[in-house]
Every structure is written in C-alpha cells, then in structure tokens.
Design a protein around this ligand. Sequence first.
Ligand SMILES: N[C@@H](CCC[C@H](N)C(=O)O)C(=O)O
Length: 325
Amino acid sequence: MESIGFNEFMKSKKYINLEFTKMHALGNDYIVFNELDSLVVPEELKGEFSNKICKRGFSVGADGVIFVQKPSKIEIDYDADVRFRIFNSDGSEAEMCGNGIRCFSKYVHERTDFKNNPLRVQSEGGLRISEMEFDESNKDFVKNVRVYMGNPKYAMKDIPMAIENIAEDLEFMNLELPVNCECLKKIGKEALKLSVANVGNPHAVIILQENNLDVEFIRKNLNELGGYMECHPAFPEKINVHFINLINENEIQIITWERGAGYTTACGTGTTSSVAVCEKLSKTGCKVLAHLDGGDLEIEIVNNGNDVYMKGGAEISYDGILKNL
Ligand SMILES: N[C@@H](CCC[C@H](N)C(=O)O)C(=O)O
C-alpha cells in the first residue's frame, strides 16, 4: 500500500465503507478490523485512525482498536497462527491486551478460517495461547477463552521503571514511590506503596490496605490519581494503574486506570499482573476470582509463579460499516 497522509486517507474513496466488528469483554470495548487478506489502514496511520474512531459521541467510540493480521514470520522465533495488534483510544500502540485477546480469539474462531484450538497468537508482548471453550448448545459459539498469559517480569528494567540511584535489577514489590498528587497531599500522603509487573505490557499495582486507602477515595479521585500515576516520571513508557481491594485469599476487587485509555471497566493484563503481584506478596493464593467493574475474571498461577492463565468471556456487540472518518 502506498504511503498517504491522514487527511488524504480520510478523504480517499478507497477508505470509506470500512467493515468492522464491535466487541467487548467485561465492558472493555474494541473495534476489530480484519487485515488477514490486506491492510485496511496503512501502518503509519493506525495510531491517528484509532484515536479518531475511538472518540465516543463523535465516531464509533471504544477503548481501543484491534487489527487481525497474519503473523510476521521474520519478527518472531516461534510459530503463530495469527497476529494481534492493539491500539489504545489515544492512538498509542500497546504490546498486549487481555480483554482484547479474548475478543480477538473469539473473532478469529467465529469469523475466519483459522479454527485451531488452541490458537497461537503473535502479540507485540510475545506468544499468547488461547483455548476456546464453547457453548453447550452451539459448538461454534465461543463462550469463554482461557489464555496463556506468559511469564510475568518484575525487575524495574523490564517494566520499564527508572528511579535515580536504584539498581535496575530491583523488583519493585510493595515499596514506596514518592508522589506529588493534590488529592493524596490533602490526606497527608507523599508516597504510595506499590508493585510493578510486566505481562507483555506494564502495570503498577497499588493495594489499598497497604496504603490505608479505600474504594470510596479511589472512585472519587480516580481521574486525578490515575492520570498522575500513568505519567509518573518513574515510568518512561507510562503505565497502567490498578487499585486493589483485598477481599480474601481467593478474591480481589480491582479499579483500573489504563495507559492510553483512562478509566475502563476491566483490564485483562492488569488483572493478570495484579493477581501475580498479590500471590508473590502472599496476599492471595494461586487461583483468584477478580471482581472488576464490568464483571469477573479468573486468574490461575502455576509453575511457581512462572506461568499465568486468564479466563473470561468476550462478546460481539454488532457489525458495522464506517461511512465517515
Ligand atoms: N484493556 C487491556 C489493556 C490495553 C492496553 C493498555 N492500555 C496498555 O497501554 O498497555 C487489557 O484488557 O489488558
């Protein structure tokens, strides 16, 4: 595809009437484009395009855009059936997305010729493997997807996270990070205890009980606190932020602020990271049911914390044709 500017792209007849599928997983919603045969949106315009069509009220509206592509054999040293690309609503490309990959896997199984189950997926965060679970009465209908989410990393260099005079190999687990945020200052706090994990993309996990904070405070101040933490100077590539309310050994509640998308009703990679962190800190066991604003997700940690699985549903909301960018 020849390279064209975004305005030209918007006007070009070739690019109107774009077919898409609107999907969501626990209310975390995505616009899905099938690029298996050819690119629908030129690579260099995907960010701007995603930002534009994700604007709620002005276009389709979503937390992000997913492109279904063929694997790029030259960039990977493993076999994959399909390639998953995800752009946040602000136009930034993310390496991985847990809710998105369940939507993607359902879409690939129900709408394309790739029927492999398990499905091996190339993501920018590494290989992910989706196992489809079907509806009892309709064996073609994907009800739940259990995804192998890889091996979480905790060292600061893997997030990435950088603080002057702190070695990059340190695992930043339940340690104090200085913060300068008005809503925290008002209650006399100049630091937050947090942990970090990378499951393909980066996450900060803040346990409310470790910080003497509660759900009410987080809900009231989420825009300010989430926005502040996402862009905290310690995170050069920004960060997804999760506030955890510990319920018991097998249950947690999570309120999420996503990098590049703000408040979302659920975050699959965030839930995976949060449970991985809670288990590592012995706050929970290895099998946890996470309650998110949009519903529940099951996370299972095996192999001494080295492998993590996420299980949950995904839904097709509607098919559409984009008439006007
Ligand atoms: N909602 C997603 C994560 C999407 C990407 C994230 N905002 C990032 O920039 O890393 C999920 O369900 O994991």
